[in-house]
Each structure stands twice: as C-alpha cells, then as structure tokens.
Design a protein around this ligand. Structure first.
Ligand code: ASP
Length: 291
C-alpha cells in the first residue's frame, strides 16, 4: 500500500492475556467503541495524537479493562497507574508512573509533552496532575477484581499528514510491589512512535517487555518486514526471558500489524482502506486486515 494524503489508520488494544469466555464480548466491544472514536477523528483530518488520546481515554473509562477506572490494586490494596503518549513527528514523550487518584492518566501524560521531563512518578506525577487540573478519579473507584477480563490498554495511529502517535495506560499487574512501574510508560519498551519508523504499543509481562526492549525491536524489524512479522519477531525475542505479550503496530506506510503469544489480545482496527472498524479477541480473527 502506498501512503497518500487521504490515508489514515488506527489500532487499539485492551490487553494481552487469557480472557475468560464470558468477558470476551465486553472487551471486544470496548475496543470497537474506542477504535471507532479514533477513526472519526482521523477521517475528519484530526491528528494522530488527538486520536490516540481520545481512544485511550475511552478505554480508561471501561470498567472491564485494567486502566483508569478498571485498574487493579497493588500489594497494599491501592491503585497506582502508569500511562504514556508519544508524538512521532517531534518525538515528544510524556509518561507518568505510580500515579494515583486520576481518572485519565493518559491526559496527564499528554500535558507532559509540553514540558522537559519525559517521565514523572509518584508524588511528582500527582503534583503535576493537580497543577494541570486533571480530573480526579471518581470517589468510589469501580475497581475490577484481579483476574478480570481486560488488561492494559493502548492505541497507535497514523493521520492523513503521515504523523504517527502511540499511547498506553495501565493499572499494572495485580498485587504488584508498591511503587512498581511497568513497561507502559518506558519509551522503546511499552511504546514508541517515530514518523520515520512507525508506532507501536505493547501489553503483557512488563518486566520481560522492558528487559528486551519490545517496542524498539518491533519498530526496527518493521523497516524490512511486514508489520505483523515485525511484531511477532520482537515477541519471539522476548521469549528468551519468558512471559506473554501482545503488540499493535502501524508502520511508516500506514500498514497494520498485530501479534501476541498470549491466548487473547483484544484489538480493534480501522483505516481509510476499510469500510468500517473491526474488533476481536485474537489477532487471527482480524488477519484479513493485517499485513
Ligand atoms: N504491561 C503491563 C505492566 O506490566 C501490564 C499488562 O500489559 O498487562 O504493567
């Protein structure tokens, strides 16, 4: 596919893991709604950055996904969230870690794009969230019990101007150590976006993903292979240290790739080439739209 000025594409995910049968439809539905919202922004000429933030905010509001309202609890019974967003045009990056009491961590990360730091954690992240007037989490958190259907969420997009963006948001791993930050806000691990390479967002075992630079490997592989094969190769490389992961990727031409070694990976895709958005609980079910 050759890029042209009217083409755009977007992919969302609702986490790489085994999703119990009864919960699959809810995860797929959340992905379909989020990817449809992003598609509306992109088809109207909106930016990739706006699209990935909007989709991720919707997924953060889905109580059945482990991000925002649905975040799992850490070892102390508290919610600490990680999120990040990256602009492929400028390579601006904003990330927050172990952030508490905010409804939309991805929007706090977005506000950080205008600042020098690329990552704020804990109290510093909370102070920054307060400074920008971030919406607080609802007083009675709709916490999803550990082991519920969905997981970390993320989105990658390429807009009509050829600009790329990636975003991710998570409650992390249930029962995690207090202060633990996973791969989600770490550039080159949980996400990356560069107009010259593509955009990628990852879910799964954060420590394995970070130790093997999953996002970086996927984007480098995408330079000379299809995006699905590139995502697959990066996940295979991670298998050296064990663990499960899924990756969504749009290459610099706007081609869509998805791979996972987890049983499920709820995903949604939309592009100017597709008649309508599609979502499924496994990449295989969307393979006719992947390259
Ligand atoms: N990668 C996330 C983390 O380790 C969790 C997940 O994607 O399921 O925090």
């Amino acid at each position: 596919m050759q890029p042209h000025s009217e083409s755009w594409s977007v992919v969302v995910h609702g986490g790489a893991r085994t999703i119990p049968g009864a919960e699959r439809a809810g995860c797929v539905e959340a992905c379909l709604e989020a990817v449809s919202a992003a598609a509306a922004i992109l088809s109207a000429g909106g930016s990739a950055l706006d699209a990935v933030e909007a989709a991720t905010r919707m997924l953060e509001d889905a109580p059945n996904l482990n991000a925002g309202l649905g975040s799992v609890r850490n070892a102390a019974g508290d919610i600490e969230m990680d999120a990040a967003i990256m602009d492929g045009e400028t390579l601006a990056l904003g990330g927050v870690g172990a952030l508490r009491d905010v409804r939309h961590p991805v929007s706090v990360a977005r506000a950080l794009l205008a600042e020098r730091p690329v990552l704020l954690v804990g109290d510093g992240a909370a102070k920054f969230a307060a400074r920008i007037g971030a919406e607080p989490a609802p007083p009675i958190p709709l916490v999803t019990p550990a082991g519920a259907g969905g997981d970390t969420v993320g989105c990658v997009a390429r807009d009509k101007r050829g600009h790329m963006a990636a975003a991710g948001s998570t409650g992390g791993i249930a029962g995690k150590m207090v202060g633990r930050i996973g791969d989600t806000p770490l550039p080159g691990c949980g996400l990356y976006a560069d107009d010259e390479l593509g955009a990628v967002a990852v879910s799964g075992d954060g420590e394995s993903i970070a130790r093997t630079l999953l996002a970086t490997n996927a984007l480098w592989s995408a330079r000379d292979s299809t995006p699905t094969a590139a995502a697959q190769a990066a996940i295979e490389r991670m298998e050296r240290v064990g663990g499960e992961a899924g990756a969504i990727l749009i290459d610099r031409l706007g081609r869509i790739g998805i791979a996972h070694n987890s049983r499920n990976f709820s995903v949604g895709v939309a592009s100017s080439q597709l008649e309508r958005p599609h979502a499924a609980a496994r990449a295989d079910d969307l393979k006719e739209w992947l390259e």
